[in-house]
Design a protein around this ligand. Structure first.
Ligand SMILES: NC(=O)c1ccc[n+]([C@@H]2O[C@H](COP(=O)([O-])OP(=O)(O)OC[C@H]3O[C@@H](n4cnc5c(N)ncnc54)[C@H](OP(=O)(O)O)[C@@H]3O)[C@@H](O)[C@H]2O)c1
Length: 304
């Protein structure tokens, strides 16, 4: 395949979304993959990897100056929702200051910055949400992600923001996510407890990566809700996972969020309307079952 001229940066390249972005972009662009630590064993062929911390103003300015990326996809983030309640400074540094550094470098050297945010900026009282709904984060992670959005919007950079939720998928070396955790536990015949009062759109990471690439090549300077096309509660989603992976759904116990005693409050009645992205970007993402089926195929192909 002939490559499009120009470099593309992916930050957080060893994370779940970052890996899927690099995988989809690498045949079409010259991809430069950045992360705080680089791990040789999970690097993809034909991609240049650099160790780079997005919170370092000088590192980001130098990299953007030297490589002139046409697009910068920011998949780097502090993503530990409960940890953020105690590691506030670190969370803010990455999710707010890091975005500001990237936005600054993008503005100075004319790159287009595609940033990723979350439904945790909403309180979950009145979902599903539209892009224009008023945010009110419940926890520190959500507060930092909202502040990161605002840094970018006010920066003067060419940008777009894709908000997503309940991200799951496959990538080597990443932490387990909702779906891969369920599969691992059920394969080991372990009982698991899943809440039935958290509602949202489960989103396959490779599907989100493809949507973000569409968003990048559009000239839209706006916020889009990029999430799976179906709203479902976690318990019923877990039953679908068991069904598609042919595992024992009898091991899944139905509980409430209050039973978990988590450090951060969750937006319960969340979910996104996705029609704006469908209309303006021409991209419809997978249903709950469709996404799990695609993940199963991805895992079989990649053998992880
Ligand atoms: N996961 C979800 O359910 C979900 C839902 C809604 C929105 N999102 C958003 O989606 C995006 C991607 O999430 P994800 O689940 O793919 O995250 P992830 O797997 O945790 O990946 C984030 C990556 O960023 C790296 N990183 C952390 N600090 C960095 C820094 N200062 N400079 C450079 N890289 C840094 C991490 O390295 P370490 O692992 O070494 O820290 C990790 O490789 C994030 O913006 C997140 O807020 C996620």
């Amino acid at each position: 395949m002939q490559k499009v001229k120009g470099n593309v940066f992916v930050t957080g390249a060893h994370g779940l979304l970052g890996y899927n972005l690099v995988r989809l972009l690498k045949d079409k662009f010259d991809v430069i993959a950045l992360d705080v630590t680089t791990q040789k064993e999970i690097c993809l062929d034909g991609v240049q990897y650099f160790q780079a911390d997005i919170t370092s103003r000088k590192t980001m300015l130098d990299l953007v100056k030297n490589h002139h990326p046409r697009y910068i996809f920011n998949a780097a983030a502090y993503t530990n929702v409960d940890g953020a309640e105690t590691e506030r400074e670190l969370c803010w540094k990455i999710n707010v200051d890091g975005v500001a550094r990237l936005a600054h470098a993008s503005r100075v050297y004319g790159s287009r910055l595609i940033h990723v945010s979350t439904d945790y900026i909403f309180n979950g009282n009145t979902g599903p949400y539209r892009e224009s709904d008023r945010p009110e984060p419940l926890g520190y992670y959500g507060k930092s992600k909202l502040a990161g959005e605002n840094e970018l919007i006010c920066s003067g950079a060419n940008y777009a923001i894709g908000r997503t939720m309940v991200l799951y998928g496959a990538a080597p070396g990443v932490r387990l996510n909702f779906v891969t955790w369920i599969v691992t536990q059920l394969r080991a015949n372990k009982n698991i407890r899943i809440v039935d009062d958290q509602i949202g759109n489960p989103t396959l990471a490779s599907d989100l990566a493809a949507a973000l690439i569409k968003l990048a090549v559009s000239s839209k300077q706006d916020i889009y809700h990029l999430a799976g096309s179906e709203i479902i509660d976690r318990y019923h989603f877990a039953l679908l996972v068991a069904d598609v992976f042919e595992l024992d759904a009898g091991l899944i116990e139905r509980i409430k969020t209050a039973d978990l005693d988590q450090a951060a409050n969750r937006p319960l009645n969340s979910g996104f309307f996705t029609d704006k992205a469908e209309k303006e970007l021409g991209f419809k993402m997978a249903t709950a079952r469709g996404g799990i089926e695609r993940l199963k195929a991805e895992m079989a192909n990649a053998q992880y």
